[in-house]
Design a protein around this ligand. Sequence first.
Ligand SMILES: *Cc1c(COP(=O)(O)O)cnc(C)c1O
Length: 427
Amino acid sequence: MGYEFKDGLEFAKQLDKLDKLHHVREYFYLNEGEIYMDGNSLGLSSKEAEKALLNVFNVWRKEAIKIWGVENGRYFNFSKNISEKLKNLINADVDEIIIMGSITTNIHQALATFYKPIKEKCKIIVDELNFPTDIYATKSIIELKGYKVEDVLIEIKSRDGRTISEEDIISKMDDDVALILLPSVLYRSAQLLDMELLTREAHKHGIIIGWDLAHSIGSVPHDFKKIDPDFAVWCSYKYLNAGPGATAGMYINRKHFNKSAGLKGWFGNKDESQFLLSHDFDQDKDANGWLLGTHNMFSMAPLDGVLNIFNEVGIENIRAKSLHITAYLMYLIDNKLSKYGYSIGNPREDHRRGGHICLEHDEAYRISLALRDNKVIPDYREPNVIRLAPVALYVSYEETYHLVEILEKIVRDKEFEKYSLKRVTVL
Ligand SMILES: *Cc1c(COP(=O)(O)O)cnc(C)c1O
């Protein structure tokens, strides 16, 4: 909001010159001549991630079992050490964060812990636009607790097929609701929900509320000291750039440290008694009590490495560039592409949008195929959305300008018409 842009390549180049983060793209492995707009699905590799991964391999090669003890237990405490580097992204305390699993497993862990239904308070609120795995995990926990999904699950409907109204969520927060699970940023439309408001309203009704930060962590700063959610989960392979299937993360508010972990494993035991190997679980008294098994070191190491970049650059600077470059992209779409049937599906206000642009077109699917042949990597989401993420750490304004020129050409010259409408897997 309040940004001033001009058309033309020269202006794009000028923006790159003014961009204080421009040099950071050198830390990443970019393919020459390719415009990468899919960092919201899978972030790029970096030299820091590579170095950290190879380093852990070498420590293993040299030390074998001693890996757990070297460097003051750095690797035995790998989750804690990485959490220390990650805590600024969400403004939480290090002992409230653990690095483990995937979003899916961590939702299972969170719901196993926090969903304690009784007859009068057994409902769960989710939204109809959330990513499927969040809903599958939620439904499976409902069934495990002996309830029926149709009796318990409240799916908030979207009014426009793109966004969810905070008001609609709040209107369902009755005293029979036990738990709420929502995404911070919606994966298709990039809507950023008002997390502080929703958390405050949930707590007024004694409802546990947890957030899935998949599309915000590493892109949108969160202030958990202010928001005060009960739990949160996230993955590390989108804006965090830690690699495909990189180990995910979880936040447990310290006010819940006295709760019994829903799922228990030996890494959740207190360090001092873990190797006594007793059959009586002695839960760690902070978020580490929710850890399960042995750290998957090779999926954690790249995260450990790449977080150095986040701490060097600062999440506030990342957000500032992200807002600016996405505003620039919206400006170009409005001015150059609307006559070709393109429109913008994400909210426009800065405080209501995440790090990607939701570009809609009736021919979005075939356009996304043509983009690939033009060396642009977008991603496509049914039925008519091309998601474009000019990731602050490694996408330039010049690339963003070229992207728009290519989008224009594909429709103007009817390039998309040579592609079949038949769907192929994973875009
Ligand atoms: C990407 C994403 C996931 C992926 O879950 P994994 O268990 O990490 O594979 C889950 N939820 C949302 C909202 C996502 O965007």
